[in-house]
Design a protein around this ligand. Structure first.
Ligand SMILES: Cc1cc2nc3c(=O)[nH]c(=O)nc-3n(C[C@H](O)[C@H](O)[C@H](O)COP(=O)(O)OP(=O)(O)OC[C@H]3O[C@@H](n4cnc5c(N)ncnc54)[C@H](O)[C@@H]3O)c2cc1C
Length: 391
């Protein structure tokens, strides 16, 4: 067993961990980034929709290498198929469009290649990356450091760090090691499933289909994936239905107002996973430890989107830790609370507001009223004037 010393050990090289690592290393911290997978982003459990400004905020250029398809707006449907189109090519024709110099609103990215790209950026900033390395536990020491216990290719390794960053996703164990309350209520965990299909026409819009009939507790989607492919998926809250996500997706494809549109589609791939439609964790720090991304529930509780919030949370965490440790401050829980305070101020308080909005919608027992509220909220959320656009 050997011990190496770092300023930060980061567990999880998704968008949150890789971004935290890059921002911290760019400001001089010695960073070790580990991930238990041997191929990042695989198996894919994400539709990959992310806004352009989310990438711009963290200095990630929209490279062809990881982009499946540019996005120019949204089509929001109610349960009957009535559509509200928010097409930025028409709303702000001088800014958004396919022509040279005009920009898309966002992208559908290939998560495998995107995660790999973010990790490479971190490596270029000086981060040491170990794949196929699992975080097992951590132990704060008396001298202000902590020991992080890892398993790399079946070998036990201890890495000493000043701060351990848990960026280990929805099923985060790192928070549990520090006895943080990471439990997620079953009523707030959407079960998501999507099919990659061919022969479904799309037009540069993210299409979102609301309504209890199609996706109880969540919504269905049709996203363009480029090269004639599309993603058809949905998320449901298991306590709001006695059927599983696969049953609902089948119903949606065969019986919804889109059934003619989907008639010739063939399923090429099936992907799925859990998405927390929950509040952020109330405490995202402990002695020598902070959480970021899905691990801290930095997820939009209305859309379930977590790439943007993982990237921006990673930038906030990386900047904070660089300032904090470069000033020689002691990483006690009391001192690391400032990370969460800063995060709340920058984006977290808005996420709490969204959580209240979502809770109010699903507190409504009348299904028709609830459907109307969700449709209205989604339409407002994606409008050009939405105050939540940056989440
Ligand atoms: C079906 C589906 C569709 C989605 N679609 C979208 C979408 O279109 N747009 C969007 O914004 N969001 C979407 N999301 C949500 C998005 O995928 C997540 O919010 C995002 O990946 C969170 O990033 P992260 O870095 O926090 O965690 P993750 O991307 O989950 O990364 C965590 C990493 O930690 C590693 N890890 C875990 N435990 C350990 C350990 N003990 N040791 C070492 N490594 C460990 C994992 O291997 C993983 O690589 C979707 C989710 C699902 C399930």
């Amino acid at each position: 067993m050997s011990t190496s010393q770092y300023d930060l050990v980061i567990i999880g090289s998704g968008p949150a961990g890789a971004t935290t690592a890059r921002f911290a290393a760019e400001q001089g911290l010695k960073v070790l980034l580990v991930d238990k997978r041997q191929e990042l982003g695989a198996p894919i459990q994400c539709s990959g929709a992310v806004s352009r400004h989310a990438l711009e905020e963290v200095g990630v250029a929209p490279e062809e290498e990881f982009i499946h398809e540019p996005i120019y707006g949204f089509g929001i449907y109610n349960e009957k198929g009535e559509k509200k189109t928010i097409d930025y090519r028409q709303l702000k024709a001088e800014e958004y469009g396919q022509e040279e110099g005009k920009k898309p609103l966002g992208y559908v990215v290939d998560r495998r290649r995107f995660d790999r790209y973010l990790m490479t950026q971190a490596e270029r900033a000086g981060v040491e990356v170990w794949l196929k390395t699992e975080g097992l536990s951590y132990q704060p020491n008396n001298d202000g450091s902590c020991d992080v216990y890892l398993r790399r290719f079946n070998q036990a390794i201890t890495a000493r760090a000043r701060v351990l960053v848990g960026a280990d996703g929805l099923q985060s164990q790192v928070g549990k090691w520090a006895n943080l309350r990471t439990h997620i209520k079953i009523t707030e965990l959407a079960s998501c499933l999507q099919f990659i299909v061919d022969q479904v026409e799309t037009d540069g819009l993210l299409e979102i289909i609301t309504g209890h009939e199609w996706a109880p507790g969540g919504y269905a989607w049709v996203f363009p994936k480029g090269h004639g492919y599309a993603e058809i998926g949905l998320g449901v809250i298991p306590t709001m239905t006695d059927k599983n996500a696969q049953w609902h997706l089948d119903q949606f494809i065969k019986h919804s107002f889109f059934k003619e549109r989907f008639r010739n589609s063939r399923i090429l791939e099936i992907q799925g996973g859990g998405v927390p439609l929950a509040s952020p964790l109330r405490t995202q720090y402990a002695d020598n430890l902070i959480l970021v991304g899905d691990a801290a529930r930095h997820v939009n509780p209305i859309t379930g989107g977590g790439i943007h919030t993982a990237l921006s949370g990673g930038a906030i965490a990386g900047n904070f830790l660089a300032d904090f440790l470069n000033q020689g401050r002691q990483p006690t829980a009391a001192n690391l609370k400032a990370y969460q305070d800063g995060w709340l101020e920058e984006i977290g308080n808005k996420m709490w507001q969204l959580y209240e909005v979502k809770t109010d919608i699903f507190r409504t027992h009348d299904i028709r009223q609830r459907d109307a509220l969700l449709f209205q909220t989604m339409s407002g959320y994606f409008s050009p004037h939405s105050e939540y656009k940056k989440i």
